[in-house]
Write a protein that binds this ligand. Structure first.
Ligand code: ADP
Length: 864
C-alpha cells in the first residue's frame, strides 16, 4: 500500500512478433511509447502501425517494418517533440522478431551517445553448447570487450557473467529444456563497478535446422534497482520511525471501507497482529461508550468539511478490559470534488499523558485555589507565574506583575544582607525559609512566612525559583498580643505578689499589736491609765484592720459593679468641721510635732448644701489625708475646697512630703499600684486606696488628679459637680454616747450565734441593759427556744449550723410577722443584705458590730 511510483529516466519495452507479424508478447511501457491505450496480443502489427499518429506511422511503416521484413538487425531513431524514440529490431533465428523500444527525454545525456550506445538492452545469443553465436552492437559499450572477441567463445570460458556464470548457465539449460522464457535480476560485480541487470532468456527453437538457441536480453536496471533498494530502505526506515515514535498506523479507504491497522496499532490495544481484523467496525466497537457518539459525529463532520488534518482523542478498550486513551491524527486525501477518498493516520497511546495531565490539572487547580501565595520566577528573578492568592495578598493586579521581580514587595524592613543571604542559599541549590515583612501595593505592611526553592532541569541547572508564602500578619498580631498579655500578666503577677506581701504585712502588723496589747492588758495590776492607753491602741489597730477589709470589699464591689452611690444632702461646713476635729486628733495621736495642719475654705458666701454621697466623699478625703499624714514628717498638710464655677467644686489635700516619682504618677491610681520602696521608704500599704478614690470620684460624677514634685510634696485634687440643693439639711439626731442610758428591763432578747466569742461580746453589751438573754447555738435551737419562751427581739446570725439564719427567719415570720429580727452577718455584700431582708429580717448589722450600733438598733425596735 505504500508503493509509490518511482520514475525511471526513460521508458523501455519490447514487442515480440511472430513470423507473420502477429504480436506474440509485449512488455514494459510500449503502449506509452506508441501512445496507444490498448495493445492486444495476436493483433497484426500492421494494424498497430496503421493506428499510429501520422509521423510515427510514417516512421514505423517506412523504417521499422522494412527492417523487420528483411530480418536484418537494425537500430533506428525517431525524434519526437520532447523525446527520442529508439527502436532496435532483432530478428530471431526462430523467425520471430524482437522490437526493442526505448524513449529518452530530448537533450539528456543519452542523446549525445551514438546509437548502439543508446540501446540499453544487450542481446546475446547462445547455442546449446553454451557458445555465443551473436552479440548486439552495443555489447562492447556495456561490457568493455569487443564483440568479435566474444562471439564463438564459450560462456564458461569468457566468464562474461562473472560470479553469476553458473547461475546463468543453469537458466540457459532450463530454457533449452522447457522452451519457456525466464527472467531474473543479477548483479554483475566487475573490478571497478557493480551493475544490476535484468536477464530475459528467450528460447529460440529451430526445428528446421535443429539450430536451437537462447536469446539473452540483458537490460541495465541498475538505476531502478537502486531506487527499489532505496525505496525498501526508506520503507523500512519509515516503519522503524513509526515504531520508535510509538505510533500505530491506520489507513481507511472510504469508498471500499478497506482498512489497515499496523502491528503497533494493534499492540497499543494489547493484541497480536492476527488477533484483530482490520475493519472500520473494529475501531468503532472498541471505542469507549462515552466517546462513541462524540467520535461518530466528529468523523461525519470531518468528512463533510474541507479540512485536511484530522485530530481527535478518545478511549479504546484494551484486550485486558481497561481503557486506553488514544490520540489519533490523520491526513485526508480528497478527490477533485473534495470528497474524502482515503484517511491515513496514526494512533498514539496517551494514557500516561492523560494521567499526568489530570495530575497537573489537579495540582494547578490546588495552586490556583490555595490561600497560600505561589510565585515562580525565572533564574534571574523575573516573575513568570503567580496564583490569585498572590494578587489578593499583595494587591498587585495580574497585568502589573508579569516581568516584575518580587522585590516590588520590599518594605525596607529587612537589610540588604538579609536578601544577599537568601540569594546565596537558593542560588547554591538549597531551600530558604524565613519571614518577610513586606509591603502591599497600597503601602500597607504585612508579614509572610515563606519558603523559596530552586527548580532544576535534568542537568541539575537552576532554571526557576518557586516561592510559597503564607500571610502570617494575623499570627504576628496574636504573637504581639500574647507578648503584651504575658508582660501584663507578669506585671499583674508582680502587683499581686507585692499586694499579697503588703496585705500580709498590713494584716499582721495590727494583729500583732492587738495580740500583744491584749496580752499586756491581762495583767491585773496594770495601772488604769496604762490599761486605757493599751485598749486605745487595740481599738486603733482593730479600726485599721477593719479599714483594710472595707477597702478590699469596696474593690470587690467596684469590680463587680456593685458599689452603689447614695446621694443625699451634704453640708460642706459640717463636713469640714468634722474633718478639723478628726484630723487634729489624728495628728496629735501620731505625735508629729513638726507637722502643721491647715484648712482652706472659701471666704465668700456660697451655697453650702450639695447633693452627693457624703459617706463616699468623706472616704476619699480621709484616704488622701491618711496618705499625706503617713508620708509627711514636717512642713504642713492642707485640706480644703474652692468653688471653680457654678457647676464645679474642687477639694484638695496637699502636703510637703517626699513627693511621688514622675514615672509612677501615671500608675498611681491603678489597682494594686505601689511605689518602689527604694524611692519611698514609707510606701507600705495595700495599694488600693487611691484606686478606690479614683473609682469613687468617677461614681460621684467627678475625677481625681495628682501633681507632685519629688522632695517638695504632692497635691491631690478632687473635682466634683457643684449640685446645689434647696432642701434644708436634716440634722442627724445626736448619737447616744453613754451605754448606761439603755434600759431593756422586762424584755427577752434571743442571741442566735454559734461562735461563743461573738455571743459573749453581744451578751456583755446587752446584759447591762437588764434584758433577759437567751442563747441559741444553731438553727434548731432558735426554733426550739422561740417555741418555748416569749421572745421580744432576735439578733440572728446568718451562718448558723443545722438551719441557717435565712431559713429560721422565714419559719418564724410565718407565725410572727411583726417580731423584730435583726440579722448580724459577716457577709458585707449588697446581695447578702438583700437576701436577709427578703428572708424577713427587719435590719442587717454587718460584723464587726460596734457596741453603739447594737444598742441603738435594739432600742429602736423595742421602742425604748
Ligand atoms: P496605700 O493604701 O498602699 O497607701 P494608695 O493607693 O493609697 O495605697 O497609694 C499608693 C502609693 O502612692 C503609696 O504606696 C505611696 O507610695 C504613694 N503615695 C500616695 N499618697 C502619697 C503622698 N501624699 N505622698 C507620697 N506618696 C504617696
Amino acid at each position: 500500500m505504500f508503493l509509490s511510483k518511482y520514475k525511471t529516466e526513460s521508458f523501455t519495452g519490447y514487442i515480440l512478433l511472430t513470423e507473420n507479424l502477429q504480436v506474440q508478447e509485449f512488455s514494459g511501457q510500449v503502449n506509452q511509447m506508441l501512445r496507444k491505450d490498448h495493445l492486444d496480443l495476436n493483433i497484426d502489427f500492421n494494424l498497430i502501425i496503421g493506428s499510429l499518429k501520422r509521423k510515427l506511422h510514417y516512421f514505423f511503416e517506412n523504417e521499422v517494418l522494412p527492417a523487420i521484413k528483411k530480418k536484418a538487425i537494425r537500430h533506428l531513431t525517431f525524434n519526437r517533440k520532447k523525446s527520442v524514440l529508439s527502436v532496435s529490431i532483432t530478428p530471431l533465428s526462430s523467425g520471430e522478431t524482437i522490437i526493442s523500444l526505448e524513449e529518452y527525454a530530448q537533450g539528456d545525456r543519452y542523446s549525445d551517445l551514438s546509437w548502439p550506445e543508446k540501446m540499453k538492452e544487450v542481446l546475446i545469443r547462445v547455442n546449446p553448447n553454451l557458445e555465443i553465436s551473436y552479440v548486439s552492437q552495443n555489447f562492447s559499450s556495456y561490457f568493455g570487450e569487443k564483440s568479435s572477441l566474444v562471439v564463438s567463445s564459450s560462456l564458461v570460458d569468457n566468464q562474461l557473467f562473472k560470479d553469476n556464470t553458473n547461475f546463468i548457465i543453469s537458466l540457459i539449460n532450463k530454457v533449452f529444456e522447457h522452451k519457456k522464457q525466464i527472467s531474473e535480476d543479477i548483479l554483475l560485480v566487475g573490478e571497478q563497478k557493480k551493475n544490476w541487470w535484468n536477464v530475459l532468456l528467450i528460447p529460440e527453437p529451430d526445428p528446421r535446422n535443429h539450430k536451437d538457441s537462447v536469446l539473452i536480453i540483458l537490460k541495465d536496471i541498475h538505476y531502478q534497482k537502486i531506487i527499489e533498494e532505496k525505496f525498501i530502505e526508506s520503507e523500512q526506515r519509515y516503519e522503524m520511525a513509526m515504531e520508535a515514535a510509538d505510533l500505530g498506523i491506520w489507513d481507511y479507504k472510504v469508498d471500499t471501507e478497506e482498512t489497515f491497522y499496523s502491528r503497533k496499532w494493534k499492540a497499543i490495544l494489547g493484541y497480536y497482529p492476527d488477533e484483530i481484523t482490520e475493519s472500520f467496525d473494529v475501531w468503532q466497537s472498541l471505542l469507549h461508550p462515552d466517546d462513541k457518539d462524540r467520535m461518530i459525529v466528529f468523523i461525519n463532520n470531518f468528512l463533510t468539511s474541507d479540512l485536511r488534518i484530522y485530530e481527535a482523542e478518545f478511549r479504546m478498550r484494551h484486550k485486558n478490559g481497561n481503557y486506553v486513551w488514544i490520540r489519533s491524527r490523520a491526513i485526508a486525501m480528497r478527490d477533485e470534488n473534495g470528497k474524502v477518498v482515503r484517511l491515513f493516520g496514526t494512533h498514539r497511546d496517551i494514557t500516561e499523558v492523560k494521567k499526568s495531565e489530570n495530575e497537573y490539572k489537579k495540582l494547578h487547580q490546588a495552586i490556583m485555589q490555595s490561600p497560600i501565595s505561589v510565585v515562580i520566577t525565572d533564574k534571574d528573578g523575573y516573575i513568570e507565574f503567580f496564583n490569585p492568592a498572590f494578587c489578593k495578598i499583595t494587591g498587585w493586579k495580574d497585568q502589573e506583575i508579569i516581568g516584575k521581580k518580587p522585590s516590588i514587595l520590599k518594605s525596607g524592613f529587612q537589610p540588604a544582607s538579609f536578601y544577599e543571604k537568601l540569594w546565596k542559599t537558593i542560588s547554591s541549590g538549597n531551600e530558604w525559609q524565613g519571614e518577610f515583612k513586606n509591603r502591599k501595593k497600597n503601602g500597607e505592611y504585612y508579614w509572610e512566612l515563606a519558603s523559596i526553592s530552586p527548580i532544576k532541569n535534568s542537568f541539575g541547572t537552576i532554571t526557576h525559583y518557586v516561592k510559597i508564602a503564607e500571610n502570617i500578619s494575623y499570627l504576628k498580631k496574636i504573637e504581639k498580643d500574647l507578648k503584651k498579655a504575658k508582660q501584663d500578666a507578669e506585671i499583674a503577677n508582680n502587683y499581686k505578689n507585692h499586694f499579697l506581701a503588703n496585705m500580709s504585712h498590713e494584716i499582721r502588723t495590727p494583729i500583732n499589736t492587738i495580740i500583744g496589747f491584749s496580752e499586756l492588758i491581762k495583767n491585773e495590776n496594770l495601772p488604769s491609765q496604762k490599761r486605757n492607753k493599751y485598749s486605745g491602741i487595740i481599738e486603733e489597730n482593730s479600726q485599721s484592720l477593719l479599714r483594710l477589709i472595707d477597702d478590699i470589699i469596696d474593690v470587690a464591689k467596684i469590680e463587680a459593679n456593685e458599689l452603689k452611690i447614695k446621694k443625699e444632702a451634704c453640708s460642706l461646713d459640717e463636713l469640714f468641721a468634722e474633718f478639723e476635729m478628726t484630723y487634729s486628733n489624728f495628728i496629735k495621736r501620731k505625735q508629729k510635732m513638726n507637722l502643721e495642719l491647715n484648712f482652706q475654705i472659701p471666704d465668700e458666701a456660697h451655697h453650702d448644701v450639695i447633693f452627693t454621697d457624703p459617706y463616699r466623699l468623706k472616704q476619699i478625703i480621709n484616704n488622701l489625708f491618711v496618705n499625706a499624714l503617713k508620708y509627711t514628717e514636717r512642713g504642713h498638710i492642707e485640706v480644703g475646697y474652692s468653688i471653680i464655677n457654678d457647676s464645679k467644686l474642687e477639694f484638695f489635700v496637699s502636703d510637703t512630703g517626699p513627693g511621688i516619682p514622675a514615672n509612677q504618677l501615671k500608675t498611681i491610681f491603678k489597682r494594686f499600684n505601689y511605689v518602689e520602696e527604694t524611692t519611698n521608704p514609707n510606701s507600705t500599704g495595700s495599694g488600693l486606696g487611691l484606686s478606690i478614690c479614683k473609682d469613687l470620684a468617677l461614681l460621684l460624677g467627678g475625677d481625681i488628679t495628682v501633681k507632685s514634685v519629688e522632695g517638695k510634696g504632692s497635691i491631690f485634687t478632687l473635682i466634683l459637680p457643684y449640685d446645689k440643693i434647696k432642701i434644708p439639711l436634716v440634722k442627724a439626731a445626736p448619737k447616744p454616747t453613754a451605754p448606761a442610758r439603755y434600759n431593756f428591763n422586762g424584755t427577752t432578747i434571743m442571741i442566735a450565734e454559734d461562735t461563743p466569742y461573738n455571743y459573749e461580746y453581744l451578751y456583755s453589751i446587752l446584759q447591762k441593759t437588764g434584758a433577759s438573754i437567751i442563747w441559741a447555738k444553731d438553727g434548731i435551737d432558735v426554733l426550739k427556744h422561740f417555741k418555748n419562751s416569749k421572745v421580744d427581739i432576735i439578733l440572728m446570725d446568718i451562718q448558723l449550723p443545722e438551719i441557717n439564719g435565712y431559713e429560721a427567719t422565714a419559719q418564724i415570720r410565718k407565725s410572727h410577722p411583726d417580731l423584730p429580727i435583726i440579722a448580724q452577718t459577716a457577709y458585707a455584700m449588697a446581695e447578702d443584705r438583700q437576701k436577709c431582708l427578703e428572708a424577713g429580717c427587719n435590719e442587717v448589722l454587718v460584723k464587726p458590730i460596734r457596741m453603739d450600733d447594737v444598742l441603738t438598733t435594739v432600742a429602736k425596735y423595742l421602742n425604748k
